[in-house]
Design a binder for this molecule. Structure first.
Ligand code: FES
Ligand SMILES: [Fe+2]
Length: 381
């Protein structure tokens, strides 16, 4: 073969009909683009932060990283969830450095002891009585918008958040064809059976793109394609509106070996039975629905090349309380996760290569990923 037959790395190619272009490699490594994504995507959209049930009582808190902001999410005395920027109003010290914990009735800054109530109000500070002009509300912690949905606490850092119905619920509707199609699963009534966290050395968009296609399923997901044989054809459930992938004829449940699952969720309709639905809620949530459980992923982009993924397996409370063996059910998607994240890390390695300067290509079963790329480009340019 002469070198004349190879295409030089930097040369533009005209795309054949069946291919669409991806984002260029720098979108997955560049610090300025990542910063723009923090500003325009993560700081402006609804972001799924914590499982509400993890804040069992007033004073329980979790800290989460959203873009460049650390946020305290906590339950107040009135039982409502509040969220505040994790920044002391005196000289800016980070209030909580723990990932989670519990305070009795207030958060005290470890630097000069300014103290804030569970509602964020400044309640005490050394010599505060000598400064009667300080308004305790206006020098309280900065609030973040809160919304509870599907049992999770969704936050928005924007001054004026976008419509939750149009963005978060809109993404579910686009995928399932109806906003009610997820209601039957009663996700907010389910209980955490298992949580696994994955520290993935890949850009968050690699993970979103991977979740959106199934061209890779036959190659890397032997267990999943056994349970969902149609996935071997390479068309993800997300390719069609309202479509759930059907379990194989011999398959009894959504488990690693196709054996029977757990008690089914009562609201699941006959149409939804023995089917798997997957939904991406931009920018950082991936939900999987099967008749006996829900697998809920939250992604936390930490740097251009690192993303923390928390994956929750949710079951009926009676299943969790009974101590039923959920291992086979967890193992299926845990393997899928590992297989997917390995693939994402493998792609991430090439993002700085000159071979990927102009990006790669999407085959027809991946063309819908182009809409996600357009959504990103519209926001970060
Ligand atoms: S920085 Fe928090 S009390 Fe001074
Ligand atoms: Fe996958």
């Amino acid at each position: 073969m002469t070198t004349g037959e190879l295409s030089p790395a930097h040369e533009a190619q005209t795309l054949p009909e069946s291919l669409r272009e991806t984002l260029a490699g720098r979108y997955y490594t560049d610090r300025d683009i990542f910063r723009a994504e923090q500003d325009e995507i993560f700081h402006k959209n609804w972001f799924c932060s914590v499982l509400a049930a993890d804040l069992e009582r007033p004073g329980r808190f979790e800290t989460v990283q959203i873009g460049r902001e650390s946020v305290i999410v906590t339950r107040g005395r009135d039982g409502k969830v509040n969220a505040f920027l994790n920044v002391c109003r005196h000289r800016g010290a980070r209030l909580c450095t723990e990932e989670s914990g519990e305070v009795r009735r207030s958060f005290q800054c470890p630097y000069h002891a300014w103290t804030y109530g569970l509602d964020g109000k400044l309640v005490a500070a050394p010599n505060l009585t000598a400064m009667p002009d300080i308004d305790k509300v206006s020098y309280g912690l900065h609030r973040v918008h809160v919304r509870e949905w599907l049992g999770y606490v969704w936050l928005c850092l924007a001054d004026r958040p976008p419509s939750f119905d149009e963005t978060v619920i809109g993404d579910v509707t686009t995928r399932l064809g109806s906003p009610d199609a997820i209601v039957e699963y009663g996700v907010e009534n389910l209980r955490l059976g298992r949580r696994i966290s994955y520290d993935v050395k890949a850009n968050w968009k690699q993970i979103v793109e991977n979740f959106m296609e199934c061209y890779h399923c036959a190659t890397i997901h032997p267990e999943l394609t056994e349970v969902l044989p149609e996935f071997a054809d390479g068309l993800a459930a997300q390719y069609f509106v309202g479509h759930g992938a059907e379990f194989g004829e011999q398959v009894q449940g959504f488990t690693v070996d196709g054996s029977a699952g757990l008690a089914p969720i009562p609201g699941v309709t006959a149409d939804q039975d023995r089917r798997y639905y997957a939904i991406t809620v931009r920018p950082q949530v991936f939900i999987n629905l099967v008749p006996d459980h829900v697998v809920f992923h939250r992604m936390f982009p930490l740097s251009p090349e690192r993303t923390l993924v928390l994956c929750d397996w949710l079951y009926l409370p009676e299943v969790v309380d009974s101590g039923a063996d959920i291992d086979k059910s967890v193992e299926l998607f845990h393997r899928v996760n590992q297989q997917d994240f390995d693939a994402c890390e493998r792609c991430q390695l090439a993002m700085d290569s000159r071979s990927y300067d102009r990006g790669g290509v999407l085959v027809p079963s991946e063309h819908h990923i182009g809409e996600f790329h357009d959504w990103v480009r519209e926001r970060v340019g």
